[in-house]
Design a binder for this molecule. Structure first.
Ligand SMILES: [Zn+2]
Length: 82
């Protein structure tokens, strides 16, 4: 599998999953995603942002988007008042 991190040429075998735990730590659900990480990205550290979107489908749908340090970013300061 290709690594999900953009620009990473490594093969990836580590599957990202999400889990919802009860207070006793047993899982209500714990699906795998279709996202895989290589050895390097699995251990070097990640910033993870979770966005939850409620549905009424009685299923868990996962979508994983990844960016890298080389993903173009630009910040523009707002200089005008409303
Ligand atoms: Zn990688």
């Amino acid at each position: 599998m290709p690594c999900i991190i953009p620009g990473c040429p490594n093969d990836a075998e580590h599957n990202l999953s999400v889990r919802l735990r009860r207070p006793d730590t047993s899982a209500i659900w714990a699906p795998n995603t279709e996202a895989y990480l290589c050895d390097a990205h699995a251990t070097q550290g990640l910033r993870i942002t979770v966005v939850l979107e409620p549905t009424s489908a009685h299923e868990i749908e996962t979508r994983v988007c990844a960016i890298s340090e080389t993903t173009p970013q630009r910040k523009t300061r707002i200089t005008k008042e409303a």
